[in-house]
Design a protein around this ligand. Sequence first.
Ligand code: HEM
Length: 202
Amino acid sequence: MKIPEPYFGKLFKPFVFLLALLPGILLGWNAWQDNLGANPIETITHQTGDWTLRFLLITLSISTLRRWMGWGQLIRLRRMLGLYAFFYATLHLFTYLWLDQFFWWEEILADILKRPFITVGMLAFVLLIPLAVTSTNAMIRRLGKNWLKLHKLIYLIALLGVLHFWWLVKADVREPFIYMAILALLLGERIWHSWRFKRQFL
Ligand code: HEM
């Protein structure tokens, strides 16, 4: 599969950019319209958390889709989608820091130490920062092979994200289970792919 070159860069990529921004725009619009239900802070926290996890998984699925669909161009969307995961994670974190905890740092620190799901979420966010910072072309060139090693952290981040979700739901784990199953499939496909690749050269 291939979209003719000028259309990919000039139309398809901007279209995906706007599509990925849509959840944020809708959230902002609904907040403006006072349409976020009885507990707006909870709604914002949940929606930004959901979109962070979705974009992490979407970013991870790019290589798999590229292999299975033979659609090489997809790789050119990966950085943008990864940065969207960081964008929604930042919104998610700031909703917690600002709207939930009012930047009450002692309370925030105590919460990070006390509630394991917050500890894990915070760890996932901290690990996302070096990936976002090193996403520029200059950084990719500068880091060389180490860039690939560093960006393997995305697997751990996605795993921590799922764990964070799993830990916070009280009883019904169906939703985090779906994310976990998708992550397991994506990781399984990668392991299988690299095993097949190595076997070819033995
Ligand atoms: C990569 C990082 C993160 C991911 C992928 C993530 C993902 C999620 C998801 C999927 C939810 C549940 C949404 C739902 O119920 O529909 C959630 C909820 C939540 N997250 Fe995160 N999160 C991350 C980081 C953080 C951080 C850094 C904090 C705060 C320090 C945080 C605080 C919360 C809170 C307070 C909730 C709501 C808990 C509740 O409903 O009781 N998250 N997050």
